[in-house]
Structures are given as structure tokens and as C-alpha cells.
Design a protein around this ligand. Structure first.
Ligand code: TXA
Ligand code: MG
Length: 334
């Protein structure tokens, strides 16, 4: 298949939107990561997304809308809490899990009776959705298991020849995927942490919000493997993984620095190519983590060494991706 490259001009976005409306696949930027979009109401188009990504079909898609009102076309029921969240945090990096209307194809919801809905703030994404005249089902535009793409180059590398077109635009500012919050239970529950944190949601709702207890833990931390069951099918254990091996060092800052330096030297003396990844702030870590993992693979790195992030706020969310990238390979420095 020939993949067309589009610019982020109005004319080109209109062309790309027509392809979506006709059942094709288009990758596009959002404020979080690039998405791979299809008409959410066209089951055949959505099944092509699973194929292009090599993704298991039990993993549901997020449905992207270009106005708050569109939520009422997708959700069977909209509660006052959902309205509070969308008024405060949309457009932006929040996905709400809501009861799904039966008009949404099962292939889009991965067979669930709920649907994840997001109104992105990126103007290119908004125009694409609006011009397509539909809602756009879109997972991240990476091959399944690889780090999510935060630049058009990442998308071209993974998807060239597999989809109809790519909108080549700016790099993504947030850099990790949206916070997924399940609004279908008695207490809202964060299924995937992101830029919006538990504190943000609790402030808007004026009540307690739960975290999926499996977050930032590996299966080994549960008594029985059956206890380890992330509620978002896509949050299963191995994910976001670079080809290189990766170790996360946790503990006292000075000691961690020293351990990383020693390990680097030791591995290099064995002829290994080592990359140390470091960030100036949690925001920078979110923005650059996936790009750095991909760069390490492009450079043929054997081992990535990283310092763990603090376990609150945005640091907790980025750490969630880092732990998965490293397959929970943690070294506690004493
Ligand atoms: O920032 C984002 O959310 C990006 C951009 C493109 O918008 N999209 C994205 O999609 O990250 P994806 O498919 O890579 O991740 C969607 C996550 C998966 O973990 C999936 O299992 C979960 O959301 N999810 C989607 N619908 C769900 C549902 N109805 N119930 C529970 N989890 C759901
Ligand atoms: Mg993804």
C-alpha cells in the first residue's frame, strides 16, 4: 500500500479527512502522541487499524471527538460527574470511559459495553475530526508493543506502507498518552495515568478518585497471578518496549548516580553499547521518554540505564511507562 504524506494545511487536512470518511486510515498528531485514525462507526475501517498495528482485537480504541456535545452521541448515559470533568478538562489529554451507545460497532469497543471518549486539544486533530464528519477511533500510531510515536518521523518509520496517509506535523507536547478515567462505577477510577493526575480529578469532582491497584506494579507484587488484572486491556505488562534491555535505578539520588556510572563502565568494558537517559523535569521526561527509547534503538544500543522518577503527580505517570518499557527491571540502590 502506498502511504501519502499530508501537510498540516487546511487543504491537506481536508483531503486526509475525506479518506477517513471513505473508510481509510490516517495517522495524525494530538497533544499527547500521534494517533492512527479510522471512522469509529465503520467496523470494517476499525478492523484495519488492528491489522496495521498488529494489535490484539480485544484491546478497545479511544474514540476522538471535536466538540463536547459529541459525547452525547457516543455515551448511553452522561452523569453530572462526567459533565464536570469534560467542562474542566476538555479539550485536553483525558479519556473518559462511559457506557457505550449500541450504535458503536463492537470492534471499536473491543467487545465491551463501555467506550473511551476523548476531545483532544490539538488543532490539527480537531480539524481532522471535524472535517471527517464522524468520530475517529484512534489508538497510538505505533506498531503494537513499541513506544508510542511523538514525532511524524516515528510514525513514518512504523506505518509507512501499512496505512493510507500520515499528517506530517509538529512534535507532540505532552509526550505520553492521555489519562484514562473509568466513570462507569460508583467511584471514578484512573486506569492509565497521564498528564492529568489524581489530584486534578479530585479537585474538579470534589470527591475521592481511585487508582487501578495494578498501576506501577508488576505481576510479581500480587499474591496470585489472577490478582493482576489491569482494567484497561492495553495496560497489560509488557509494553512500550525498546529492543534494548533497560534497567531503572531507584533510591537515594547520589547513590543512584554512582551506581549508574559504575554499571555503565562495567557494561562498556564488556563491549556493550550503553545509553543513560536523564531528564531535567517530569514534564521533560513525559515529552522525551518515548523519543529517547526509539533513538536508543536506532543507535543500536544494548542497554538503557535510567533513574527512577518520583512517585507522585506527572512523575508517577511517566514512571508507569518507564516500568513497562523496562519490563519491571528495577534495581534498588542502598
Ligand atoms: O493520548 C491518547 O490517549 C492516544 C491519542 C492518540 O489520543 N491514544 C491512545 O490509544 O493512547 P491506545 O489505544 O494506544 O490506548 C488506549 C487505552 C488502552 O490501554 C485501552 O485498553 C484503554 O485505553 N481503553 C480504551 N477503551 C477502554 C474501555 N472501554 N475500557 C477500559 N479501557 C479502555
Ligand atoms: Mg498505545
Amino acid at each position: 500500500m502506498k502511504t501519502s504524506l499530508f501537510n498540516d494545511t487546511i487543504e491537506d487536512i481536508r483531503r486526509a479527512a475525506r479518506i477517513i470518511a471513505e473508510g481509510g486510515l490516517i495517522a495524525f498528531p494530538t497533544e499527547t502522541v500521534y494517533g492512527l485514525g479510522a471512522d469509529a462507526f465503520n467496523g470494517e475501517a476499525v478492523s484495519k487499524v488492528y491489522k496495521a498495528k498488529g494489535r490484539p482485537s480485544d484491546n478497545p480504541m479511544i474514540v476522538h471527538i471535536s466538540s463536547k456535545d459529541d459525547l452525547y452521541k457516543l455515551a448511553e448515559k452522561v452523569t453530572p460527574d462526567m459533565e464536570k470533568l469534560m467542562d474542566a478538562l476538555w479539550p485536553g489529554p483525558m479519556t473518559m470511559i462511559v457506557p457505550a451507545k449500541s450504535s458503536i460497532p463492537k470492534v471499536t469497543t473491543g467487545g465491551l459495553s463501555t467506550v473511551g471518549v476523548r476531545f483532544p486539544s490539538d488543532p490539527v486533530a480537531q480539524q481532522l475530526i471535524e472535517f471527517s464528519g464522524t468520530a475517529i477511533a484512534a489508538p497510538s500510531a505505533n506498531l503494537s508493543g513499541k513506544p508510542s510515536p511523538t514525532t511524524a518521523q516515528h510514525v513514518i518509520k512504523d506505518m509507512d506502507g501499512r496505512i493510507d496517509g500520515i499528517i506530517v506535523s509538529h512534535n507532540c507536547q505532552v509526550g505520553i498518552e492521555s489519562t484514562v478515567i473509568d466513570m462507569t462505577g460508583d467511584t471514578p477510577m484512573i486506569l492509565r495515568p497521564g498528564k492529568y493526575t489524581r489530584a486534578n480529578f479530585e479537585k474538579v469532582l470534589g470527591k475521592e478518585v481511585d487508582l487501578d491497584p495494578t498501576l506501577n506494579k508488576g505481576p510479581e507484587e500480587f499474591d496470585r497471578p489472577a490478582d493482576f488484572k489491569p482494567k484497561a486491556p492495553g495496560m497489560k505488562y509488557k509494553h512500550y518496549s525498546p529492543d534494548a534491555d533497560m534497567i531503572i535505578f531507584e533510591g537515594d539520588m547520589d547513590k543512584v548516580e554512582k551506581s549508574i556510572a559504575e554499571r555503565k563502565q562495567q557494561l562498556e568494558s564488556q563491549g556493550k553499547k550503553v545509553r543513560v537517559i536523564e531528564f531535567g523535569s517530569d514534564e521533560e521526561a513525559a515529552r522525551d521518554l518515548f523519543a529517547q527509547l526509539r533513538q536508543a534503538d536506532d543507535d543500536g544500543v544494548d542497554m538503557i540505564l535510567a533513574r527512577g522518577l518520583r512517585s507522585e503527580g506527572l512523575g508517577f505517570s511517566v514512571m508507569n511507562r518507564m516500568l513497562k518499557s523496562a519490563g519491571f527491571n528495577i534495581e534498588k540502590v542502598k
